[in-house]
Design a protein around this ligand. Structure first.
Ligand code: ATP
Length: 456
């Protein structure tokens, strides 16, 4: 619900996950800064993706290409000219809407429709402004989503360049470089994590839709004809990745695009949607893009994008399967999924807020809590040892109960209490965030104990 979203935003701001951007200047609309806990959390999200999609995959390698690219790239990709939203303003309340979204919200998919068709449909079906109820719209205008800037000292058309609106093109233009230098054979994939920029018309819902965001994209190259098989493979792989990190199965659904909804070059597309507090939203787009992108680059650059398949003794432009995910959106999905209010004692009206994040994603893996300030010195030693291996917190302020609750709220899976007995038995008590169960563990065994909990 709206209230849950408000609570999550408040917690994020209050505990240092996400702050409003440029806040002391009154902000910059829909920009957000990741605080001390947020940066750890988002890094863990990106690390988890990299581990599954690059490190553990026998097929894939990584890349980190530049944000600024030759403008011809965007002509070839279709972003210059295309990639523009059909906008209309409500004449009564001045809110701006995407014509396709208005139609979509009325239960019809306007895939492939022209601006005129959309305009006519809206008029004929009396679709009105969701803000004010007025039915008086301007004509559709196109709006390019790419941020434009200038390279060099002169600000003329020749020096115009764009901030990339997706990371994918950096992979396509390096297809031959990567294949040649790694000597990878088809099928293989190239993964990349990095910033993308889109001048979104309707940003919002916290970090769900923002103008500066991070993407985690895989372009998986395969032999034409094997594409649907690989499409199914990566669809499963993506879903299992989310589940392995504890995302609740009932909160995700796979939505296959219907034939008429598919882009002209796509053989199949599926969105993994997540049930955010504000409703279902696209989390991950997985598309079979055939040889569209590489062919476009071959035609525009004049450089061959063909691959020589030694086994089959043939030359072809590979097909590509693209699972494309936003790091910020994944972070938001996991925050929403993990947020919980647990009634501890009904009679006392005692409710605890718990972020049930998977230990691999949690900002702190553990917090070291000395039972008394007199135990600071040896407790600090435990902290220092663990800090060499993991992000850990140290807290000696306030009652132990209050300290547990503070850690619950930020998702720390384990609280390590150093008590007076610890001096004798060289052991500490570990309290589990989710079950609140306690376990006595030797200090020397702590690193291995924590390590074992981070697997996914
Ligand atoms: P939408 O329909 O939500 O605008 P899209 O279909 O344009 O998304 P893609 O171009 O397929 O999105 O981008 C792939 C992924 O990148 C999305 O599934 C999402 O996770 C992420 N993403 C795209 N745009 C944004 C944004 N403005 N803010 C945050 N994440 C985004």
């Amino acid at each position: 619900s709206e209230k849950t979203m408000e609570k999550i935003v408040a917690l994020c701001k209050g505990r240092g996950f996400v702050y409003p951007g440029s806040e002391i200047y009154g902000g910059l609309s829909n920009s957000w800064d990741y605080g001390p806990l947020g940066v750890e959390f988002k890094n863990n999200v990106k690390r988890a993706w990299w581990r599954k999609f690059v490190q553990e995959s026998p097929y894939n390698v990584g890349l980190d290409s530049a944000i600024l690219m030759n403008p011809q790239v965007w002509v070839a990709s279709g972003h210059v000219g295309g990639f523009s939203d059909p906008l209309m303003d409500c004449r009564d309340c001045k809110t701006r809407h995407r014509a396709d979204k208005l139609i979509e919200d009325s239960g019809v998919l306007p895939a492939g429709w022209s601006d005129q068709e959309m305009q006519d449909y809206i008029k004929e079906h009396h679709i009105c402004c969701p803000e004010c109820g007025g039915c008086n719209f301007t004509e559709i205008r196109k709006f390019n989503l790419m941020f434009k800037t200038f390279q060099g000292v002169t600000e003329d058309a020749k020096s115009e360049i764009y901030l990339r609106p997706e990371t994918a093109q950096g992979i396509f233009v390096n297809f031959q470089n990567v294949q040649r230098t790694t000597r990878k054979k088809i099928p293989f994939g190239v993964g990349q994590v990095g910033k993308s920029f889109r001048n979104e018309i309707t940003p919002g819902n916290f970090i769900f839709r923002i103008r500066e965001f991070e993407q985690m994209e895989l372009e998986f190259f395969c032999k034409p004809g094997t594409d649907l098989e690989w499409f199914a493979y990566w669809k499963d792989y993506c879903k299992n990745f989310l589940l392995s990190l504890g995302l609740k199965e009932e909160n995700i659904k796979l939505r296959d695009h219907e034939q008429k909804e598919l882009s002209h070059y796509s053989n199949a597309t599926t969105d993994i949607e997540f049930l955010f507090p504000f409703g279902w939203g696209e989390l991950w787009g997985i598309a079979d893009r055939t040889d569209f992108d590489l062919t476009q680059h071959q035609n525009h650059s004049g450089k061959s994008m063909e691959y020589f398949d030694q086994e089959a003794n043939e030359r072809y432009i590979p097909y590509v399967i693209e699972p494309s995910l936003g790091a910020d959106r994944m972070a938001l999905a996991f925050l929403c999924d993990a947020y919980d209010e647990e009634v501890v004692d009904e009679a006392k009206n005692d409710v605890r807020v718990v972020m049930r994040l998977h230990p691999a994603l949690a900002p702190f893996k553990a917090a070291v809590l000395p039972l008394s300030k007199k135990l600071s010195e040896p407790a600090r030693e435990v902290y220092a040892t663990l800090a060499k291996k993991f992000m850990v917190d140290y807290d000696d302020a306030g009652s132990i109960g209050k300290r547990y609750r503070r850690q619950d709220e930020i998702g720390t899976p384990y609280c390590i209490t150093f008590d007076f007995d610890s001096l004798e038995d060289q052991s500490v008590t570990i309290r589990d965030r989710d079950t609140m169960d306690q376990e006595r563990v030797k200090i020397d065994d702590l690193p291995a104990w924590i390590e074992s909990k981070l697997e996914f």
